[in-house]
Design a binder for this molecule. Structure first.
Ligand SMILES: [Zn+2]
Ligand SMILES: [Zn+2]
Length: 336
């Protein structure tokens, strides 16, 4: 099959991905399905892996974990899928199922978790295999593949971040940074009557936030929110933004750090900015949140402003994502 592979990490500007025509097409084993990939999304995490911010766990690696397609073959014993079903695959490729974290519904913290496109080959290819328990049924979600793919990471991790924020109707939720994950969180929050305060410098992103009904749009790195917030979900991989975010979280409130990587962070004013607040981080993603997001996408229009690229253009899509040159909020590659 055709696949984009990563052998050695380097800056994405140096084009570390390589397009090959003869990568082995995976065959589904017992309990596995094979997905013929229709669309695959480019995630900031993929760039962290390509560039060496995160270690390389195998080489060559097919990156990518925003996968939407159609099941084309099923292994022995598979009962949840049949060929022709629409299916997705997310960052969580597998978990042990019996550790303390797994049996208490927190499989995202499983020490044996396997991540798609990091620990095993992922979605920058024509096919991927997955255990049927971790492939996500997508029949009944009224979106095309180009909108399903980005939902598979920003949508799913966004839903987990939203749950960790513990906000409900009438509460005030801040979003520090406005990329695709914030976009999906905002869609869910607005549907529940939560007031959303958006912090972004980008004029285009401010307009999108306003069109979705933001209560306030500004820049929390330079100012405080007009009212103290019940929670903030923060996205920048920059440690300095942490205390800036905390300055707008009310005592009793929650700061959720959504990034997978961060530069060092310090809290200089414990009593003023941290005391009474809770900080949580989003580590990986779990199926309970994924399935809630799938259900939400049956009720709420989860289409997203995006730039669509051909499979041959995948590396250019990654470069343009890295440079912040996209027109929309995310880059999606049409595979076949
Ligand atoms: Zn486990
Ligand atoms: Zn991702």
């Amino acid at each position: 099959m055709r696949a984009w592979i990563l052998r050695r990490q380097s800056r994405i500007e140096e084009r570390p991905l390589e397009l090959v025509d003869n990568y082995p097409t995976p065959e589904p084993g017992p309990g596995q399905v094979r997905i013929r990939i229709k669309a695959t999304g480019i995630c900031r995490t993929d760039l962290h892996i390509a560039e060496g911010d995160l270690p390389l766990h195998k080489s060559p690696l097919v990156p990518g974990h925003q996968i939407a397609g159609v099941v084309d073959e099923v292994g022995e014993g598979v009962t949840r899928f049949r060929p022709g079903d629409r299916a997705g695959l997310t960052w969580i490729y597998g978990a042990c199922g019996h550790c303390k974290m797994c049996v208490t519904g927190r499989e995202n913290h499983c020490p044996s978790i396997v991540r798609t496109g990091w620990d095993v080959d992922g979605g920058y290819a024509e096919y991927v295999v997955a255990d049927e328990g971790f492939a996500i049924p997508l029949d009944g979600v009224p979106l095309d593949f180009e909108d399903l793919a980005p939902m598979m990471c920003p949508g799913m991790t966004g839903y987990l971040a939203f749950e960790l924020a513990e906000v409900g109707p009438g509460d005030r939720l801040g979003l520090l940074g406005f990329g695709p994950t914030a976009y999906y969180v905002m869609k869910v929050a607005r549907s529940m009557g939560i007031d959303v305060y958006v912090s972004t410098r980008s004029r285009a992103h401010r307009e999108i936030a306003q069109s979705l009904g933001a209560k306030w749009v500004g820049n929390l790195l330079e100012e405080r929110s007009p009212e103290p917030l019940d929670a903030i979900i923060s996205f920048p991989a920059v440690g300095e933004s942490t205390e800036r975010a905390l300055m707008s979280v009310a005592p009793g409130g929650v700061l959720v750090l959504s990034q997978i990587f961060s530069t060092p962070m310090t809290i200089s004013d414990y009593n003023g900015n941290l005391w009474g607040r809770t900080i949580r981080t989003v580590q990986n993603v779990r199926r309970s949140s994924i399935y809630k997001m799938v259900e939400a996408a049956k009720r709420i229009d989860m289409s997203i402003p995006k730039d669509i690229f051909s499979f041959d253009e995948l590396q250019e899509a990654a470069v343009r994502s890295r440079r912040g040159e996209l027109q929309g909020l995310t880059a999606v590659v049409r595979v076949q």
